[in-house]
Write a protein that binds this ligand. Structure first.
Ligand code: PLP
Length: 402
């Protein structure tokens, strides 16, 4: 579909229609092109395609029609000019760094980032001479204070995982631009169905398609969305370095996008209701969720988001014993580090995703021993409540409860 048509269509329509150019077979569903390379009618045509004089497919590390359909659809949903798909969310972040940073450059990032993102920044970008400074996500003064003349990139996830902290994206974009830096937002937790960072001034949106874009836990993938000019750099990185998305996975994500809006609304509703119910349970000390009125940044979240997502940070009384008792007595929730699935998942961050942190770092990040993360899926709410209640009832045996 042409760009002019995109502008007139609502997100729900773009999620279903954008990107697919029907082939001569007149197929209704988006086709998968499982081919590594593409052929030419003549040596002259091959020469024109290789030189870039004539557009067209050459090799699936460069372009693939199924991957392109996914890229165009996600770009339309995020309101960006262009999207580059990658083999994973981490590949999207690495490719962004390789495209825009060099030795001596600095990143300022929020402290509460996905664990592998922190390792990528510290261990691997560190090796390349790129230094990252971490700040409190919601503290705009801290962001500004951490910026130096070498800062090229500001990087944040909002809302954060698992404590649902939020940053004002428009204000952060203004700070970045005033200092000649770019702002990249990892929009994994809300997706364009609930938040569009580019509309708020961010330069790049990063995705782990593995999460809600697929939504059913089937495949690993990632993407970066932004202006055509910026993404041109990234295209070069993916073509040359090779972290491209497979056509099979692109097709899975395309199918995921078709129901994205519906799923995100349903995730959001289930999470809202479960958060309120959990808050009222005597064995629960606190629920961290930007959708609750008591959340310190609820007003900001309400203003910049179209929903609050489905990741809850839940503090169970009784420390690790309390948290593990709840988890171990669940028969419905899956004990797994993944999220963004129709299946509800539960983890104990202090001993899994955040286990590498020292006790002091955990305390600073708010990762207590009693904290569990529930990524609320689409099962019936009453079944989820009953499942959690079973664990809570066992807490009577844990010292320090009630
Ligand atoms: C999972 C995740 C990633 C990494 O994505 P992969 O697809 O697992 O490589 C990055 N950011 C966030 C916020 C994530 O949840």
């Amino acid at each position: 579909m042409a760009d002019e048509i995109h502008e007139a269509l609502a997100l729900d329509t773009l999620a279903i229609r954008a990107g697919h150019e029907r082939t001569h077979e007149q197929e209704h569903g988006e086709p998968i092109f499982p081919t590594s390379s593409f052929v030419y009618d003549s040596a002259a045509e091959a020469a024109r395609k290789f030189s870039g004089e004539e557009p067209g497919n050459i090799y699936s590390r460069f372009t693939n029609p199924t991957v392109r359909t996914f890229e165009q659809r996600l770009a339309a949903l995020e309101g960006g000019e262009r999207c580059v798909a990658t083999s994973s969310g981490m590949a999207a972040i690495l490719s962004t760094a390789l495209a825009f940073l060099q030795a001596g450059d600095e990143i300022v990032a929020s402290r509460s980032l996905f664990g592998s993102t922190v390792s990528l920044f510290d261990k691997y970008l560190g090796k390349l001479g790129i230094v990252t400074h971490y700040v409190e996500l919601g503290d705009l003064d801290a962001w500004e204070a951490a910026i130096t003349p070498s800062t090229r990139l500001l990087f944040a996830e909002t809302p954060s995982n698992p404590l649902s902290e939020v940053v004002d994206i428009a204000a952060l974009a203004e700070i970045a631009h005033r200092h000649g830096a770019w702002l990249a937002i990892d929009n994994c937790f809300l997706t364009p169905a609930l938040q569009r960072p580019l509309d708020l001034g961010a330069d790049l949106v990063i995705h782990s398609a593995t999460k809600y874009l697929d939504g059913q836990g089937r495949a690993i993938g990632g993407a970066v969305v932004g202006s055509s000019e910026m993404l041109q750099e990234l295209v070069g990185v993916v073509r040359t370095c090779g972290p491209c998305m497979s056509p099979f996975n692109a097709w899975i994500f395309l199918k995921g996008l078709e129901t994205l809006s519906l799923r995100m609304k349903a995730h959001d509703e289930n999470a809202q209701a479960l958060a309120r119910w959990l808050e009222a349970q005597p064995e629960i000390a606190r629920v961290h969720y930007s959708g609750l009125e008591g959340h310190p940044q609820h007003a900001l979240a309400k203003r910049q988001q179209r929903g609050f997502g489905a990741v809850l940070g839940v503090e169970v009384k009784g420390g690790r014993d309390g948290a593990w008792t709840l988890i171990d007595n669940s028969r419905l929730m899956s004990i797994t580090g993944n999220l963004g699935d129709v299946k509800t998942t539960v983890t104990h961050p202090a001993t899994t995703t955040h286990a590498r942190l020292s006790d002091a770092q955990k305390a600073a990040a708010g990762i207590s021993e009693g904290l569990i993360r529930i990524a609320v899926g689409l099962e019936a709410l009453d079944d989820l409540k009953r499942d959690i209640r079973r664990g809570l009832d066992r807490l009577a045996d844990v010292p320090g409860i009630r």
